[in-house]
Design a protein. Structure first.
Length: 94
């Protein structure tokens, strides 16, 4: 078991995976923000889960959908080009 983040209070818990089979992630959200996560037999997801902490604008259905790769849920970032323009992309894209 691994636990990341800190949340003394939350208003939603989203389960991803199969608790009955002993492999899942519990995401603890407060006002739509990922505050903490508990991973059980999901260490392969730890690096992405840590990057999801603090993010908003994620739907509960996306977080719960085990068939959706967690990496695709990382927040879209805005980067500045040298000419002053901006473009947005998901992390990991070029």
């Amino acid at each position: 078991m691994q636990y990341y983040g800190s949340s003394a209070a939350w208003d939603e818990v989203v389960l991803r995976g199969q608790p009955a089979q002993g492999s899942f992630i519990s995401f603890y959200l407060r006002e739509g923000r990922v505050e903490a996560a508990c991973l059980v037999n999901r260490s392969r997801d730890a690096s992405v889960v840590k990057r999801l902490l603090g993010q908003t604008a994620l739907s509960s259905s996306e977080l719960a959908a085990d068939e959706v790769p967690l990496k695709t849920l990382l927040r879209t970032e805005v980067t500045r080009r040298s000419n002053g323009g901006a473009r947005s992309h998901r992390e990991g894209e070029k």
